[in-house]
Design a protein around this ligand. Structure first.
Ligand SMILES: [Zn+2]
Length: 588
């Protein structure tokens, strides 16, 4: 893990960073900044997220949600009234037909140019629009992750005329707005070799690269959705500030004159819309992705456009990419990058929250879906042990608290935390047979045996889903149906002796039946090679390469005899999973 000296260099000073807080981490420091900024502006701390529900909301977009969530949640934990608003930019145009949505083909391009709430939902959806379908799916994941906010549908806002005064204001100030935007239009476009930016632009909803309303004979910051065809392939031909009379024409042939103060079919262009809403909602904090941070992008332009609406651009640190690894084809094939719900199917909500809370916003990271997820869980369990032992650092404790609870209370926890990789091996070997799982896990801890699988939930449920969907094919283990006679007959004398020591004990080792716990079997399997080299089975040996090689060779032998491969789950776990009688059958 690499640490960078500061999470958002533009926004705080050394003095603030050194202020002692109950929770000493980047979230707490940003919360300090947001509280101070809100006080300076004479308003309450309001953070905003905004997402265009143009397709599945993936784990990268989720940082747009988690970052303000964590900061507002910290402020609420301090007992200060604060709000996280979530703008569903569902009045944005349908820009392109995303790939990989089941039942959606190129014919959907007929809807390009309509608001997302006017595009039909993908086939089979219970929702009445494209936007509602993807918003609903995303919100289910957000809720499970413990994220609370006030959701705002921009379609509803525009349809209700909420922004009418702001629209008329923007039209009156269109020359001023045009002049501001003109300063950026001449800037060179982002370089293709700027890979990070390019990836972001490719991945983004497109809002960042949205046009700014230029192109017509006169500049207008407003775009009508044609009342005949529903699309925004429109051009404003005339506008009168006094009467608000507006004439527009559409590529479909429709042309009409309306009173803009009464007209509800249209919106401010994105680069003007966003700053207008900062002012309307009195937003103090809104982080954004790298795609919004390039020269001429909406966030940069917003610095000068927000004052047109009587507000200042919010604090807006950039957040870095969230990638993913090890996603099985079956899930990535339906819509590309995985979503929070995909992640929550294989990991508990606190673990997902922890991944976002522990990294500063300018650090990118990957959410692991493949074997690396087992390591993520090892780290998580190690942190929980450190916290229980009182040896975790302040920032670690802060991240842990943000992961396991919100200002609203704790998230569901698993009472008995058996290692994810152990559970995965057991579930894999038993094909999820719960009776067998209880039998095997009952042997894990002799002093406090597990008798009830509910104590292992919800973690066990996540493991079962992971084994079924994401466990790499080469890691699945199939225990031999019967002993490999040929291999057993061909054992060397030393190998035969090793197996006898493992099963029957001797020279300080007990019979395997008496070692039938995870710790006991670990002692047993590592002890065999020591005994064979004339050592005590419990001898502490460090740096003996020959001993290590002998142990590895012995394990490889066991894998061959038990599962017919050179590798597999940890041997003690494997032995527990196979069961006492069966182990004897396969090894003799
Ligand atoms: Zn039209």
């Amino acid at each position: 893990m690499t640490e960078t000296p500061d999470d958002s260099p533009a926004q705080h000073t050394t003095d603030q960073a050194e202020t002692v807080q109950a929770r000493a981490d980047w979230v707490s420091r940003l919360a300090d900044d947001v509280i101070a900024e809100a006080a300076r502006r004479g308003t309450k701390p309001v953070a905003a997220s905004g997402i265009s529900p143009s397709g599945p909301v993936h784990l990268g977009n989720f940082r747009e949600v988690m970052s303000p969530h964590l900061v507002i949640d910290e402020i609420q934990r301090r007992g200060i009234e604060a709000e996280h608003i979530f703008s569903w930019d569902d009045y944005d145009r349908f820009r392109k037909v995303p790939a990989g949505i089941e039942g959606v083909d190129a014919s959907w391009s007929e809807h390009i140019g309509k608001p997302l709430t006017s595009v039909p939902a993908p086939p089979g959806s219970e929702h009445d629009s494209w936007a509602a379908h993807f918003r609903s799916a995303a919100e289910a994941g957000f809720a499970e992750a413990g994220v609370r906010y006030r959701g705002i549908s921009q379609t509803e806002q525009y349809a209700a005329g909420t922004y009418t005064e702001q629209i008329l204001h923007a039209m009156r100030h269109r020359r001023e707005i045009d002049a501001i935007l003109a300063q950026y239009r001449t800037l060179p476009a982002a370089k293709d070799e700027d890979e990070a930016l390019q990836r972001a632009l490719d991945a983004s909803s497109g809002a960042a690269s949205d046009d700014d309303g230029s192109g017509g004979a006169e500049y207008y910051p407003y775009k009508p959705y044609c009342t005949a065809c529903g699309k925004d392939l429109t051009t404003i031909e005339a506008y009168d500030d006094e009467s608000t009379e507006m004439t527009y024409s559409c590529q479909c042939g429709h042309r009409e004159t309306v009173l803009l103060r009464e007209f509800r079919s249209g919106k401010l262009v994105w680069k003007v819309d966003w700053p207008m809403r900062w002012a309307h909602e009195r937003v103090v904090f809104e982080p954004s992705g790298v795609d919004h941070q390039s020269p001429g992008s909406s966030f940069q332009v917003g610095l000068q456009l927000a004052p047109v609406f009587g507000w200042e651009r919010p604090l807006g640190p950039m957040y870095a990419f969230v990638g993913f690894g090890g996603v099985a084809k079956m899930s990535s094939s339906r819509g590309g990058a995985p979503t929070p719900s995909d992640a929550l199917a294989v990991m508990e909500a606190p673990v997902l929250r922890w991944l976002y809370a522990r990294r500063r916003m300018n650090q990118s990271f990957d959410v692991a879906f493949g074997s690396e997820l087992q390591r993520t869980y090892d780290e998580w369990d190690a942190l929980l042990r450190k916290a229980a032992a009182g040896t975790a650092g302040e920032a670690e404790i802060a991240a842990l608290e943000r992961a396991t609870s919100t200002a609203n209370g704790p998230l569901p926890e698993t009472p008995r935390r058996v290692a994810y990789r152990t559970l995965a091996s057991v579930v894999d070997i038993t094909f999820g047979d719960e009776e067998q799982i209880v039998r095997i896990l009952g042997g894990l801890d002799a002093d406090d045996p597990i008798t009830d699988l509910d104590a292992l939930r919800p973690r066990l449920d996540r493991v079962e889903a992971w084994v079924a969907t994401h466990m790499p094919a080469e890691e699945h283990t199939a225990v031999r149906e019967q002993a490999d006679r040929e291999a057993l007959d061909a054992l060397t004398e030393a190998e035969r002796e090793g197996i006898a020591l493992l099963l029957d004990g001797g020279q300080g080792l007990p019979p395997i039946e008496e070692a039938w716990t995870l710790d006991g079997l670990t002692f047993q399997v590592y002890g065999v090679a020591k005994v064979q080299r004339g050592l005590e089975p419990g001898a502490m040996v460090k740096g003996d390469k020959e001993l290590s090689a002998a142990q590895r060779a012995f394990f490889a032998l066991l894998y061959r005899l038990l599962v017919g491969r050179e590798t597999g789950p940890r041997i003690p776990t494997l032995l527990l999973a196979i069961g006492r009688e069966r182990v004897r059958e396969l090894l003799t």
